[in-house]
Design a binder for this molecule. Structure first.
Ligand code: HEM
Ligand SMILES: [Cu+2]
Length: 657
């Protein structure tokens, strides 16, 4: 019970350290020309910046004339100079509307995403605003299989090496683990090759190198297993005195097993280096992922090695045999307890980073795969507890329990296989929390419905509004009415309503220009289903100044009891140029909050004095606070906003050269 309490404390403690939303799969962040831009003269090239490094080889940018459908991109897609950017040259084009349709392949994990946006040259009408939805094709079976084999091989190799080095009885025959290491090596090699074949010609070079390293580590595992007396190892073995070496305080060290452990760790490292955590580019997230993979391997691979050890022990006829086995079970239980505490902490922290709502666990494919994992982990933990609390003590008391131990470890092994398949589906899917091609994308859960509001562009004027309505995993088709009511927070501009039409099952779309002025808008959505009461909720959407369209608006901050929408004027700040930072403070009822003291502190490429906000309801309307910033150096700034002493929130500000 005390151990359980420690695990629970670790998980809860970890959950407190949650950080913001993650991104994975290469998604559109901004472009030049911007989405919905109106240009005076034709661009010579299109540049798009994504949320993670794209690989030019597997990516495509098409520039299409909306009138004729003709393609105007010339030459291949190349890096744009920005680490996350791509560019394509554009032929001579005249006035008119154009659609840019892009496909991006992540350089990190090879996952593909698609999307599109429009721009217009001259005074003509804006071309039809393209679909807001961006698509990530479903993962292939080959990818899931390749991941599952890789992960099982890594876990078996690493877990076995750890088990024989640190858990098994000192005298265990080194040939014992050979079979397990050999199977592990074969699984890792086969899994890596499958993933390479799955990528085919579009295999990003970096991913190719990583999978190559993983396959090599697999070969090492297999080689170490089949050649305990390999010629190459002979000198080492000679020095080591037949495979056992004494190194000062470390005690005896077995080089063969150390090599297997190193190969397992190297293979685990390649998993982290091609994971969503790495695509995110955050060291913290990568460390969590690496800890997760290592601890998962020590536990799951260790259980299989324990099973093997028990099977090979042959019998536990005497009380002596039973006691020896009991000692091994005890040592394993201790390492398994530490490993499970680590893996659950790291897993839960990652999960919070990848999910938008807790409901994602049953309302998105990614969440369902995660939920399957969590439930099965709980079952495996229960069985593990049985080993620890029941069979272990019996064995140590000299009572036979070998059959029960074999049955339980086999059951655990079976569960682990399903967990690893679930983890493979999980890592192949796009997590729910990720930036979308729309300027605004928020999800709310109201009266049993999941409502996702997408607003195509961040600027004032004509726009497309999409509401995706789901009940559980199923889209809610055929609603009697879906409508949007627009009111401005800062000024009384009356109310406008747009009625949406169903574009696809559960996807309701309206076009129009209800947001005439830049500032903060409340969109009340009304969903009327036959025979049910209307479901209504409010989304608060920042609308940026004209010309600022296309840049992804930051999601609102939660500071104390308030929702705070932060935006800048100009929308894309330039280094050294004065800029205004606006913060609109909205209460729980969606109404503006006046008379607060707002304070901003800056951390970034250079030092910047903190600022206090001024309120100017006569000019800007109530609830809008203004910071005048003299000019910032180029780079990414973290602006921490405090409202009195009610709370703080962080806003990320990118200043270009
Ligand atoms: C025996 C138990 C478990 C096994 C074998 C396992 C296995 C794995 C593996 C192999 C990965 C992929 C790592 C990579 O590619 O770098 C992964 C990722 C992950 N795991 Fe687990 N895991 C287990 C338990 C858990 C638990 C209990 C949770 C959460 C409560 C969890 C949440 C996650 C998350 C969120 C990811 C990241 C997925 C992504 O990249 O989008 N795991 N797990
Ligand atoms: Cu991905």
């Amino acid at each position: 019970m005390r151990h359980l309490a420690v695990i629970v404390a670790c998980v809860l403690g970890g959950a407190v350290l949650l950080s913001g939303a993650a991104e994975a799969h290469a998604n559109y962040v901004r472009s030049n020309p911007a989405a919905d831009a109106r240009l005076v003269k034709a661009p010579a090239e299109i540049r798009i910046e994504f949320s993670e490094p794209p690989d030019p080889k597997g990516s495509e940018i098409q520039v299409l004339d909306t009138a004729t459908g003709k393609r105007h991109d010339t030459g291949p897609v190349t890096p744009s100079g920005d680490p996350n950017g791509l560019r394509v040259a554009v032929g001579l084009i005249g006035d008119g509307g154009y659609v840019v349709a892009w496909t991006a392949t992540s350089a990190v994990d090879g996952h593909t995403t698609k999307g599109n946006f429009a721009f217009v040259i001259g005074n003509g009408p804006l071309p039809p605003v393209p679909q807001v939805a961006e698509a990530a094709p479903p993962p292939s079976l080959l990818e899931i299989a390749g991941r599952a084999l890789s992960y099982s091989g890594i876990a078996l190799g690493l877990g076995t090496a750890f088990f024989v080095l640190f858990v098994a009885p000192a005298g265990i025959d080194p040939r014992r683990e050979s079979w397990l290491l050999c199977i592990a090596g074969v699984l890792v090699v086969a899994g890596s090759l499958m993933l390479i074949v799955d990528q085919g010609a579009k295999l990003p070079p970096r991913l190719g190198v990583m999978l190559g390293v993983r396959a090599f580590a697999g070969l090492v595992l297999a080689a170490v297993s089949v050649t305990p007396r390999l010629a190459l190892m002979r000198p080492v073995a000679a020095i080591a005195g037949g495979g056992v070496m004494t190194i000062g305080p470390l005690g005896t060290v077995r080089p063969r097993r150390m090599i297997a452990l190193a190969a397992g760790i190297a293979a685990a490292m390649t998993a982290t280096l091609v994971s969503h955590a790495t695509a995110l580019g955050s060291l913290e997230s990568m460390a969590l992922d690496f800890v997760h993979v290592l601890s998962v391997s020590v536990w799951t691979g260790g259980v299989v090695a324990l099973l093997w050890c028990v099977l090979l022990a042959g019998h536990d006829d005497t009380a002596e045999d039973a006691r020896a086995l009991g000692a091994t079970v005890w040592r394993f239980s201790v390492s398994a307890l530490i490993a499970t505490a680590l893996l659950i902490t790291a897993g839960v922290l990652q999960a919070f980073n990848r999910l938008v709502l807790i409901n994602d666990l049953y309302e998105t494919p990614y969440g369902v795969a995660l939920a399957v994992k969590i439930v099965l982990v709980l079952v495996a933990l229960a069985i593990g507890a049985l080993n620890l609390l029941r069979w272990g003590p019996r064995l140590r008391a000299g009572i036979r329990a070998r059959t029960a131990l074999i049955r339980d470890t086999m059951a655990e092994t079976g569960i682990f296989i399903v967990i690893i398949v679930a983890a493979s589906v999980l890592t192949a899917l796009a997590p729910p929390a990720q930036p979308s091609a729309s300027a605004y994308d928020q999800t709310q859960h109201v009266s049993g419905l999941r409502l996702e509001m997408l607003v195509a562009s961040g600027g004032a004027g004509r726009n497309t509004y999409v509401l995706r309505v789901h009940e559980g995993l199923t889209p809610v088709a055929g609603a009697e009415k879906v409508a949007f009511r627009f009111t401005m927070v800062e000024h009384d501009m009356g109310q406008q309503e747009l009625v949406a039409t169903e574009r696809a099952a559960g996807e309701y779309v309206a076009e129009g220009s209800p947001t005439a002025m830049y500032g903060t808008w409340k969109i009340q959505t009304i969903v009327r289903l036959a025979g049910k009461e209307d479901v209504s909720t409010v989304f608060t959407v920042p609308v940026s100044a004209p010309g600022g369209g296309g840049s992804t608006a930051a999601p609102p901050l939660t500071i104390g009891p308030y929702l705070v929408i932060v935006f800048t004027d100009p929308a894309a700040p330039q280094s050294g140029a004065p800029l205004t930072l606006f913060a609109v403070v909205v209460g729980a009822d969606g109404n503006p909050v006046v008379g607060k003291k707002l304070h901003a502190t800056f951390s970034g490429p250079s030092s910047q004095a903190p600022l206090d906000a001024v309120e100017d309801p006569a000019t800007f309307g109530p609830g809008r606070y203004k910071f005048d910033v003299a000019g910032l150096d180029p780079g990414t700034w973290k602006v921490t906003l405090a409202i009195g002493n009610e709370g703080t929130g962080a806003y990320s500000l990118v200043v270009s050269r």
